[in-house]
Design a protein around this ligand. Sequence first.
Ligand code: MTE
Ligand code: CO
Length: 422
Amino acid sequence: MTDEPVSPSRRGFLRSTALAGAGLVAGAASARAAGPDPKITEVQDWASSFGDAVDAAPYGSPIRFESHVVRRNVEWLTESPVSSINFTPIHALEGTITPQGCAFERHHSGAIELSKQDFRLMINGLVEKPLVFTFEDLLRFPRSVTTAFCECAANGGMEWGGAQLEGCQYTQGMIHNMEYTGVPLRLLLEEAGVNPEGKWVYAEGADASSNGRSMPLEKAMDDVMVAFFANGEALRKEHGYPARLVVPGWEGNMWVKWLRRIAVYDQAVESREETSKYTDLMPDGRARKWTWVMDAKSVITSPSPQVPIRHGKGALVISGLAWSGNGRITRVDVSLDGGVNWQPARISGDAKPKALTRFHLDINWNGEEMLLQSRAIDDTGYLQPTKDELREIRGLNNVYHNNGIQTWWVKADGEVENVEVA
Ligand code: MTE
Ligand code: CO
């Protein structure tokens, strides 16, 4: 179930282990015993000749040994690849920042190519003076920088009925986390002057779908950004070049790409039927609406079905991600036995509000089966629920907002499977 190719260096590593292994006691995080390892004792090819010159790749790509770390889609999920989604390889990433090149994409009518010269952003509706900004105009407003996760409301949607897909790339990978630079939307709205009767801000994109969405004025004036840089460089085409909305903590659908219009209204409007489908159908036939905030959630990214344990028992690094659209992650607990016992994991690095947070737990694996789980707690005191707790309230008709606890069954041979515990 793993998609990692066996690279030459990996084979070398395994061989040297076999050579040195005889006298080794498997201890916690032990280094390999020094032995007749040709990787140490012999001069290697890469030390006997020159490497690439500096201009071999004016804009670099990952080394070929990492070519399996890519977005992937699930073909049966959608009818057409232009109105579709792919998944971030979160199982193979570390830290918290998602490189743009492998950050999931969700388009309703394909990723369009819109140049800075062709870009126009209009602000109209209930404003004192309707305005049209060029890209150059945006560059002259004061900027801010913020790191935020963008999670599609449908993330985990295929798992409502039960464990289905083998890998957190597919079960939790409709998410990315980037550091954005742009103009606070508040500054642009203030420039146009919002009339007192203006209560809602409607944003639409330049693509055929437009993905028009309404948000309350309070959110628009709070932390929403018109972003043009992500992770220090221009947005990629697929993420809305040259400018997109960043709506921290709120579902991905609000993060309008290829932004073209902001309209102030006295009520919420929806552009196309497609976008008004973002409601959560409840068991009694009623639908939850305006469920914009993404509740706290977490997942163990390694080990996981795409990252089985290959090194046998002993030291094991458990690594995972946690996030909350309501604020900061304050604690992540890990269970090795399907939720019977819990222990706190280590939060590694910063726990920024409305951003991915990395946690680690270092254990000494005894080689026995485990039912690995993690649960996130945010600074509102919210505790990530189990999938059954969610189903009890929301039923099974629903696709969106599945933030239930994920279970990985780690088998004695180190293989990992997506399961649920009763
Ligand atoms: N904006 C436009 N203009 N068109 C779209 O199809 N898709 C939305 C949102 N913004 C969409 C859009 C959805 S449903 C999601 S989850 C996010 O973009 C995904 O952003 P990404 O493609 O950068 O991952
Ligand atoms: Co979405």
